[in-house]
Design a protein around this ligand. Structure first.
Ligand SMILES: N=CN[C@@H](CCC(=O)O)C(=O)O
Ligand SMILES: [Zn+2]
Length: 432
């Protein structure tokens, strides 16, 4: 038996695999009854990949001669895959707590945006901040996500808008990827708002003619690695034609399409996502029936963001209609200065209570389907042989407590493990 083993997690009361047949996503009944084992153990190799997962007795006998760098006795505890947050805006400067008060007093999101607040307020502060200041803000936010069980997060730019400020944000994301254990999928979101003094079509032109060629150049020189392209497709921001042009041009330079749509007003964003074979469309509070059908057919995932509807008191995304139609439903925190939540356990709870998902559906949406939305479900999102050994060990005998105990994840999560290495031990202070 090989000695190249990093971790044995033994005797867990439950191991939630989510998938056990190499599925790249789950829909319908697959989400309702995902794969789970009772009294099981799991092995991760020194390459960070899962080598075995199975009944505790079997793993015991198969690996009795093996030596491990670390052994965790998970008796009475549960193991689930690391959570995946498919939509975040974690790089920014400036504080918007005053806007929360204004929204509580009745101001709408768009009223603040059109009055120069919201995204524009954050753009103003982020543009002035140095890379060091932005990184100093980003680091603790990502570690907060990690402590809440997120092992892979999508991270957007989009508070720069002008090229230099966007590149600054993307470079800060890149630096965080090098420094911290959490996995990052990086997204260029230069079309997050129309910069002051420009029209949407002037901004679109600049993105097409200046931003994307520059990003392509930086990617080819290895100075930046960007995974996705995003646009805020919304009435009063970027319309369908501008959005289509930007997304297609992004796709042409190798970026995956993953954009904001149908949030505040119906704009046929879901239909556009299907037309472009987008990997994901986020929000979708105002999606049409036709949009749902088109997304189910094109295998464009829906990244639903329960915190947005909650904080803005919007109507809830139609999770049930999408799930029943066979759309690949994923979840994200939407962590940003408007929706200040970086806890996927809270997001899953809101998904269940407010969007009527079952707990199994919510976990599948926050693992394998979120990985699919980022084009990473071949390596992330389930506990299967040859996938990355990213997992959470819970101080409870049933995994559902992570969703049920609203806001209780701080006590429930005992370990967060990435590539078989403990990156958060709730009993110890980690050195990052
Ligand atoms: N809707 C657009 N973008 C963000 C909000 C960004 C902000 O308000 O700063 C979202 O996904 O909710
Ligand atoms: Zn967003």
């Amino acid at each position: 038996m090989s000695n190249d083993l990093r971790l044995l997690v033994k005797n867990a009361k439950q191991i939630v695999l989510v998938c056990n047949n190499g599925e790249r996503y789950l829909t319908k009944d697959g989400m309702k009854k995902f794969a789970l084992m009772e009294n099981a153990s799991l092995v991760v190799g020194k390459d960070g990949l899962v080598k075995a997962v199975g009944p505790a007795g079997l793993i015991d006998s198969q690996y009795k001669e093996a030596s491990f760098e670390n052994v965790i006795d998970a008796s009475g505890m549960c193991v689930i895959p690391g959570l995946i947050d498919a939509h975040t805006h974690p790089v920014w400067a400036g504080d918007r707590v005053h806007e929360f008060a204004m929204k509580l007093a009745g101001a709408t999101y768009m009223e603040l945006h059109q009055a120069g607040g919201g995204i524009h307020y954050t753009v103003e502060h982020t543009s002035r901040a140095s890379p060091e200041q932005l990184l100093a803000g980003l680091r603790p936010r990502l570690l907060r996500m990690l402590r809440a069980g997120t092992t892979l997060a999508e991270c957007k730019s989009g508070y720069g808008l002008e090229l230099d400020a966007e590149v600054k944000m993307l470079s800060v994301i890149e630096q965080a990827r090098r420094e911290l254990p959490i996995g990052i999928s990086s997204t260029y979101c230069g079309a997050h708002a129309v910069p002051r003094g420009k029209t949407a079509s002037q901004a679109t032109d600049e993105i097409l003619k200046v931003h994307l060629p520059k990003l392509k150049d930086k990617m080819s020189k290895g100075e930046l690695s960007i995974d996705n392209i995003d646009v805020f497709c919304e009435r009063g921001v970027f319309d369908l034609n501008c959005t289509r042009a930007i997304l297609k041009a992004g796709q042409d330079i190798g970026l995956q399409i993953n954009f904001h749509g149908d949030e505040l007003y119906p704009t046929n964003s879901a239909e556009l996502g299907a037309e472009l074979s987008a990997l994901a469309v986020s929000h979708l509070e105002e999606v049409s029936d036709e949009g749902i059908a088109a997304m189910a057919k094109s295998k464009t995932s829906a990244v639903l963001l329960p915190t947005t509807a909650y904080i803005l008191r919007l109507k809830q995304p139609r999770a049930r209609d999408m799930l029943d139609a066979g759309v690949i439903v994923a979840l994200g925190s939407d962590f940003n200065p408007n929706a200040y939540c970086c806890s996927m356990p809270i997001v899953m709870h809101l998904g269940c209570v407010n969007m009527k998902m079952s707990m199994n559906e919510a976990l599948a949406a926050a693992t394998i389907n979120a990985a699919y939305a980022l084009g990473k479900s071949h390596l992330h999102g389930s506990l299967e042989v040859d996938k990355q050994g990213d997992l959470i060990i819970l101080n409870s005998a049933r995994w559902e407590h992570l969703i049920y105990q609203f806001g209780g994840h701080q006590e429930l999560i005992r370990y967060v493990i990435i590539k078989g290495m403990v990156v958060y031990d709730n009993d110890k202070t980690m050195d990052y």
